[in-house]
Design a protein around this ligand. Structure first.
Ligand SMILES: [Zn+2]
Length: 453
């Protein structure tokens, strides 16, 4: 059963709210254009621009109505960009996910075939409930019956998700989660535990992140890693056994096993993918998720996830550590950083965390070439992690997760954070978006994203 979802930036949501929620309390409507982001099992419709009515194109009289010219103008804008159209209206007193009234159904179904004919994409219907700003959405693949979205994601320095309770009911809280719920309340817990979160890379950091998400009660955490456990991993992967190393158990399977034993959910449904986001299959799986943790140190997968954050509006919480070693093998220091790639904050490349030259070398297979490694002067100690400091990175990434989805203090996710071990200083980094950033220029592009595979 294919799943459907809608995403928009916080900026777009704000523009829509200003138009749809009127001071006189009447309903209003407008159109928007959208691009499509195709995952392995989920299609996400990503709103790209708002088309507000011009004079005479709509009439507000309790229930708003609109002219055929307005539809044609919106469809014209959309089809010139290869996009679809969404019809949006408000229920000023509505609260929670809205069903469709007879009026909604008539209006949307009567334009479903026209929109499909003019743009080649299904008409999307969205409703904004004015009392609590919950969005609801459906896609009219034909004019008879809409396909309901499972959620609507508003993505910026916070991730606010409106849930379709019928398709994605809240998980029943268990007695094991009492202390967790006491930190932020039932409503937030209901939202968090429904999020589909993917952890890419389950070495020392990713394994810790995945286990803690499971312990928090998240019902669906996916883990993705191509590698198998080796003996040299055992001093970093807490919970992997000598038996795993002997059997070469996939790291993703170990993470799944540890999540299952840590989970406090009534019914958890975790998934292990022995795959990579640098493959078409792997990145399509990532597009099925609401949020991704990047716990890999290679440049190419991080570039793929950096793109996902902007083109597909799936926030990516990234972290990394570098341990500096003197030539004689003694420790000089260590630096770790955590940052979230999301519209409203500069991307990993603009944060100087992504070297596109390295991405290109990895794509060409040079990163594995011993000759190349020797010539580039990268020793075997480069960027190694150790168990005793890995928790600092996972702690930083999990704190960014809490800021993103719980918003304590109403602040949302902070600037990138850097910790210098020598002097023990933690500091925010004030990088800005570069003038030629290709990633942030791709916000909402969906399947039109530039190729990085
Ligand atoms: Zn950027």
């Amino acid at each position: 059963m294919p799943r459907h979802s809608v995403a928009m930036t916080a900026q777009t949501a704000d523009d829509l709210r200003k138009h749809l929620i009127r001071v006189d309390g009447d309903e209003d409507l407008c159109f928007a254009t959208y691009s499509t982001s195709t995952g392995a099992t989920r299609t996400t419709y990503v709103l790209t621009s708002v088309v507000l009515p011009e004079h005479g194109e709509r009439d507000v009289h309790g229930n708003a109505s609109f002219t055929g010219d307005f539809v044609l103008r919106a469809a014209d804008i959309a089809s010139s960009r290869g996009e679809g159209i969404a019809l949006l209206h408000s229920h000023p007193d509505g609260r929670g996910w809205q069903g469709i009234s007879h009026w909604d159904r008539d209006a949307e179904s009567s334009y479903a075939n026209l929109a499909l004919g003019l743009t080649g994409s299904p008409l999307l219907g969205l409703t904004l409930a004015g009392a609590d700003m919950t969005w609801s959405a459906r896609a009219w693949l034909d004019a008879n019956e809409p396909m309901w979205a499972e959620n609507v994601r508003v993505v910026g320095r916070s991730l606010r998700v409106s849930w379709n309770n019928r398709l994605r009911p809240p998980a029943a809280a268990t007695v094991f989660q009492d202390r967790t719920v006491s930190a932020w309340g039932d409503a937030v817990q209901d939202d968090i535990t429904r999020l589909r979160v993917l952890v890419v890379g389950v070495g020392s950091v990713g394994l810790d992140v995945a286990s803690r998400l499971a312990a928090t009660g998240l019902t669906h955490v996916g883990v993705m890693d191509m590698d198998c456990v080796e003996e040299v991993n055992l001093d970093r992967m807490i919970g992997a056994t000598r038996e795993d190393a002997a059997q070469r158990t996939p790291k993703a399977e170990v993470a799944k096993r540890l999540m299952e034993s840590a989970s406090t959910a009534h019914e958890a449904d975790s998934a292990a993918y022995v795959s990579s986001v640098t493959t078409a299959e792997g990145i399509a799986i990532a597009r099925d998720y609401d949020l991704v943790f990047s716990c890999v140190d290679r440049a190419w997968p991080r570039a793929m996830l950096n793109q996902l954050a902007y083109s597909d509006l799936i926030p990516v919480i990234d972290g990394g550590i570098g341990i500096d070693v003197f030539d004689d093998g003694t420790m000089r220091g260590a630096t770790w950083r955590v940052q979230t790639a999301t519209p409203g904050l500069p991307c990993l490349q603009c944060n100087h965390q992504l070297d596109m030259g390295e991405v290109q070398k990895e794509r060409l297979g040079l990163a594995e070439d011993p000759e190349y490694i020797k010539r580039s002067g990268r020793g075997r100690h480069q960027r190694q992690n150790v168990a005793i400091l890995a928790a600092s990175v996972s702690a930083g990434q999990l704190a960014q997760f809490v800021s993103l989805v719980v918003e304590p203090g109403g602040e949302g996710v902070p600037l990138p954070q850097r910790y210098l071990l020598g002097p023990h200083i933690q500091e925010p980094l004030h990088h800005a978006t570069g003038p030629y950033c290709r990633f942030e220029a791709e916000i909402g592009e969906g399947d039109r994203r530039l190729g990085l595979l």
